[in-house]
Design a protein around this ligand. Sequence first.
Ligand SMILES: [Zn+2]
Ligand SMILES: [Zn+2]
Length: 258
Amino acid sequence: MLNVKQGDAFLFETNKRESILIDTGGKLMQSGIKENHNIAKYHIIPTLKKHRLKTINYIIITHPHIDHMGELSYLITKYKINNIIINTRSFEKNKLKLLIKQCERNHVKLIDFKNIQRFKLGKANISLLDSTINHSEDLNEQSIITYIEYNKIKMLFTGDATINNEQLLLRKYKLPKINILKVGHHGSKTSTSDELLQKIRPTICLVSVGKKNHYHLPNQEIIAKLKRLGAQVFQSSEYGEVTIKLKSKLTINTEINQ
Ligand SMILES: [Zn+2]
Ligand SMILES: [Zn+2]
């Protein structure tokens, strides 16, 4: 879990330095303030470099909210990216056109998630699960859900998917027990239903949130519920960047010690 303040950015890496970045973080530009890309500059690119990743194999944009894709255009120009996966339908026409152009210019392959439901990256198996609700006006309900299996470790990244998506997900797919869960929608009450938790029983939960964010996230009831389940919960607002070694015994390193 990268430390991108209020937003999401999760980096998955194999032992051969193959990588997937799920969301890029990003913050709302206040009018009058010059565009800055401090999040990518100080919190994403240094981590990629530290891990000696010269290329990002895939960027998955769960849904086109600024806190999930705000740093994308900057990253496209600053880093070698092979593929970007999006839910095309969730994008406004103009935004999509711009992205297509930018991908062409920088030799990035842009892929709709419906065209790549399962793929391999080295020894990792990745499934892009579709529980999107197309007619929903809430972009969170267009979130791509990513399931990764690597070294027998099972990980689920749900973007900002809501309880409605979770219900669909449970109906459509047979989910296993999950070792690492990216908690939906920054720990908001709109996500993380009891039904989902009972099914996947996560052991490590990652919550990406900014300190003292004005959405008052995460919701404390959600955090309490996860802990009651016996899960270890890590908030980026408290621990900063959180790194988990994906070996049979999961070891967790945090930027800030508690
Ligand atoms: Zn979000
Ligand atoms: Zn969102």
